[in-house]
Ligand binder design. Sequence first.
Ligand SMILES: [Zn+2]
Ligand SMILES: [Zn+2]
Length: 246
Amino acid sequence: MQVTIVGFWHAFPEAGEAASGYLLEENGFQLLLDCGSGVISQLQHYTELSGIDAVLLSHYHQDHVGDFGAFQYYRLLEPVLWPEKQHQTAVYAHREDEEGFQRLFYKEAVQPTEYRAEEPFTAGPFTITPTAVKHAVPCFGFRIETAGGSLFFTADTSYLPELEQAAAHVDVLIAESSFYAGQDGSFAGHMNSEEAAALAKRAEAGKLILTHLPHFGDHTQLKREAESIFSGPVELAAGGLKINIS
Ligand SMILES: [Zn+2]
Ligand SMILES: [Zn+2]
């Protein structure tokens, strides 16, 4: 599987960038994980919108779904303007917030499907297991596996010991690091760099990608802080960063 980081910012995208969004590709199947503000614009640097086979959403904060409205409009226009490209896009989301789930429906163009905690499902070549995380609103992390590799995406969460098992032995852990070492983000349902690294260490992940990065401080400090705890490779999320998992 190949992962392309489309966006990684906490809360809102900085100029020319995007909030949470990750393009996962395997055997030509394209899965968009989260669709935060700025994602639909940035995504087109890496693929055509018509190529997206599935969208998977962690929760209904705008930095994770803010551009889903743009995607709905694309889906509405596609059969009119580019009928030759028309195809189905599956959308997977939770119903712990019914209002948020209902907002995903859009005429005939978008019909979401519910996922539930700890009930694995498949989207093309991906097997996805949602795990409830600890955030200000209902939110899910995902273990995503293919025949060739595995990753865990924490979405937005404060430190939750259960994630050590959910993410056990993944090749790549994409973990949110909204705060620096010593700062307590749990009041808002977020982790800091030390907690992200502790999760990677206890889960024995192969590699740690720090994401959902804050709008303050020097991000290279987050990397140094994480490296002081987790002995495996650590990288900072960046727009366009590609990670091969095999
Ligand atoms: Zn959130
Ligand atoms: Zn967020």
